[in-house]
Design a protein around this ligand. Structure first.
Ligand code: ADP
Ligand code: MG
Length: 333
């Protein structure tokens, strides 16, 4: 097995990029020149975003595989494009490589990139490769296309709040990762939801192609409550969600019952669900449910947008309201 030093920067880039099999049909120039080149379509918006993942902040090399890390790094970026109602098209990847990282680690990381690129028809069109003193880091920049763009701003009082998929699996999975004993099937599912999240590109496509008046949207990366606060702030409204409507997986319910874990911190504040959280007026609900049913995709109404107070309230199962604090989700600083 060759060492990075022996390969050198350019041989390494060539080796890694040659593992990537998906090329967009309209690419003029891919990896290898100073820039990648492709034509732009008229009548669409380009949506772009960038995300950094730093060892020991976002992942630990001891608890993930390089393949899963590659898949998750791209999936998190794809989720940002989905949150705008966009179709992801191209990514650029910067690697910061410390001495402890091997060529085979990078080969496996790129196998993970390749999986997601093939699955979602996204081209890895370039990047940068640098050395890093201690920590491994990855930066992913992503470019997508959107005819209609959904933003955080635009939710109105009376709109209903929906979420895709189930909540809290990823953060419960993270908790289980640190335990020794984890052979049970439910554990595997929850850990998989943490290490290998599904960006809701399909669901975003349903919403974007529908005529449903989506008034606001965000992806849940910092926890349901914190991300719902982002919508409320941008839209200058409040929200009420209902405790007994928060969608949970059977796996989460079973583990919480069995181990006597309170599920609500996970459902409300767990990070990295990468589900879509969005609002629409009540007259769009029938259409929404029909389209999600047809696609066999899960969607749940969890509450409604309110005029006042400009806070997120939780209606408990006994009918009483509780104001949810804003900053219990993930925060770097
Ligand atoms: P420059 O010196 O012009 O910045 P680089 O040597 O950094 O060019 O990169 C050469 C080519 O390899 C470019 O097309 C760049 O996008 C691509 N590239 C660099 N690093 C990576 C990487 N980690 N993954 C994929 N492509 C990369
Ligand atoms: Mg460069």
């Amino acid at each position: 097995m060759s060492k990075i030093k022996e390969l050198g920067e350019f041989e390494l880039i060539h080796r890694l990029s040659s593992r990537l099999k998906f090329r967009a049909p309209n690419t003029v120039l891919g990896i290898g020149d100073d820039c990648a080149v492709y034509p732009v379509k008229s009548g669409t918006n380009e949506v772009i975003s960038t995300d950094a993942l730093v060892e020991d902040i976002h992942f630990k090399l001891s608890t993930t595989t390089p393949e899963a890390l590659g898949r998750k790094a791209l999936s998190a970026s794809l989720s940002d494009i989905a949150a705008m109602g966009g179709v992801p098209k191209r990514v650029l990847v910067t690697l910061g490589i410390p001495k402890k990282i091997s060529v085979s680690f990078l080969d496996r990381l790129y196998a993970g990139f390749n999986t997601i690129c093939n699955r979602y028809k996204v081209e890895l069109a370039g990047g940068d490769t640098v050395s890093s003193p201690k920590c491994f880091f990855i930066n992913v920049s992503i470019i997508g296309e959107a005819k209609r763009v959904f933003t955080r701003q635009g939710a109105r009082p009376g709109d209903l709040i929906f979420v895709t998929g189930t909540l809290g699996d990823s953060s419960l999975g993270l908790k289980l990762l640190s335990k020794k004993k984890r052979e049970a099937k439910d554990h595997k599912f929850l850990i998989g939801r943490h290490l290998d999240p599904t960006p809701r590109v399909l669901e975003a496509g349903i919403l974007a192609r529908s005529r449903i008046n989506i008034t606001s949207m965000i992806d849940i990366s910092d926890g349901l409550v914190q991300d719902l606060y982002h919508i409320c702030k941008a839209s200058k409204v409040g929200a009420r969600i209902h405790e007994d409507r928060l969608p949970r997986s059977r796996e989460l319910s079973r583990i919480c019952d069995r181990d006597q874990i309170d599920p609500f911190p996970f459902l409300l504040n767990g990070g990295e669900d990468y589900e879509l959280l969005f609002t629409l007026p009540p007259d769009g609900v029938k259409n929404l449910k029909r389209q999600f049913l047809k696609a066999k995709a899960l969607v749940t109404q969890i509450g409604e947008i309110t005029l006042k107070p400009k806070k997120v309230l939780l209606e408990k199962s006994d009918g009483r309201d509780k104001v949810l604090p804003q900053l219990e989700g993930f925060n770097h600083f």
